[in-house]
Design a binder for this molecule. Structure first.
Ligand SMILES: Nc1ncnc2c1ncn2[C@@H]1O[C@H](COP(=O)(O)OP(=O)(O)OP(=O)(O)O)[C@@H](O)[C@H]1O
Ligand SMILES: [Mg+2]
Length: 357
């Protein structure tokens, strides 16, 4: 079976193998995502950007989603947040937040949740802040959009939240424009706007990528403390395995829109099974082994329109065999009970008809 033109629905979407779960108390999960699929294109010519992603997230838990550029991380996040561009992208699957099916909500109902119960820190703070509005006006506008309160109260609440995220001189910052702030300060403004209503779910999309290591550590520490203090579920999107190791209880490794490995962070990072995860770890610098050589993964991820048949990673995989060209690997348990990898080496073969072999 070929996935390269995206016309054929994937075995996962056809409801083949069972839903895989992540999260320790799936019965009481804050967020349940099932078979989340986002496709682009016209009805006769679709390609999956995100392919049948499923996971659970509990309050107080941090889930990392990691993968190379273009693997579908931000698209998955935007789909969960109800922020996809519905004109060009088609979404299917289920997203249940605290018992509510979000895909059934009207745009108005969704807007009520966005920013209050569920919030997102966007990948690029500069393009997410309005360049011609002062920081204070932007935060108070956000408060007034969700809360009936006086301008003075909204202003005071905005100063308080800037203090909460460790902003130096919060009153002075309120008067400044975004371009007058450093990258770290802008990121703190984004976090402040995201947490102002103490959301139960926060999605942080590459919140520290553009920052130097000291500021990165401060921002991550801040997110960790907020998650703990507010008992928030946190989804942290990153391409940095060091960040995952420091922050996340569980991790999902995405490759070309599919989760190829997942499980408890320590287990996955210490005993990686999928050749892609092994490759990512080999390409990641480690401070413990100063003289260790970095081994980049050869080649580049495929375009969503030209995925190879079978395993999408096979063209770059040092362990690829003939069978990888015509069989789609499905997640299978590897070692630890909730540690799974989608590689034919570990079984869990899926026939083109979507039946687990
Ligand atoms: N509206 C859209 N129309 C067409 N293609 C899109 C659209 N949005 C995203 N894509 C494509 O989907 C793929 C995944 O994009 P996405 O932004 O989710 O990746 P990412 O994993 O967040 O990457 P990065 O690490 O660079 O942020 C890319 O190939 C991108 O070009
Ligand atoms: Mg992204």
């Amino acid at each position: 079976m070929s996935f390269n033109n995206g016309i054929a629905a994937s075995p996962r979407r056809q409801g083949g193998p069972g839903i895989r779960q992540i999260g320790r108390h799936s019965g009481m999960a804050l967020l349940k995502v099932r078979n989340l699929t986002v496709a682009v294109g016209k009805r006769t010519h679709l390609a999956d950007i995100v392919d049948a992603l499923s996971f659970d997230l509990n309050r107080g838990q941090c889930l990392g989603i990691v993968g190379e550029s273009g693997s579908g991380k931000s698209t998955a996040a935007m789909a969960i947040m109800g922020l996809l561009d519905g004109k060009s992208l088609e979404m299917s699957g289920s997203v249940v937040f605290d018992g509510t099916e979000l895909t059934d909500l009207t745009p108005r109902e969704f807007r009520r949740l966005q920013g209050s119960d569920i919030a997102m820190i966007f990948q690029d703070p500069m393009s997410s802040l309005n360049p011609v509005l002062r920081i204070g006006d932007q935060i108070t506008e956000c408060v007034l959009a969700h809360h009936r309160s006086s301008k003075k109260d909204a202003w005071d609440k905005s100063v308080d939240v800037l203090k909460q995220v460790g902003m130096p001189d919060p009153v002075g910052m309120m008067q400044r424009y975004p371009h007058q702030l450093s990258g770290g300060q802008r990121q703190r403004v984004m976090i402040a706007m995201a947490i102002i209503f103490k959301p139960r779910l926060l999605i942080a999309d590459e919140p520290t990528t553009a920052l130097d290591l000291t500021i990165q550590a401060q921002i991550l520490e801040l997110l960790k403390a907020l998650s703990r203090d507010l008992d928030m579920g946190l989804i942290l999107i990153t391409h940095d395995l060091g960040v995952v190791s420091q922050m996340c209880d569980e991790v999902i490794v995405l490759y070309s829109g599919r989760d190829v490995e997942r499980g408890p962070t320590q287990e996955v990072l210490e005993h990686p099974k999928h050749p892609y995860t092994i490759g990512l770890l080999g390409a990641h610098p480690s401070l413990d082994a100063e003289d260790a050589m970095l081994t980049p993964i050869s080649g580049a991820p495929p375009s969503i329109w030209r995925r190879p048949s079978g395993c999408a990673f096979r063209d770059r995989c040092p362990q690829a065999e003939a069978m990888c060209a015509d069989q789609v690997p499905e997640l299978a348990t590897v070692g630890h009970a909730s540690h799974q990898a989608a590689c034919l080496i570990y079984g869990g073969h899926v026939s083109p008809e979507g039946e687990t072999a």
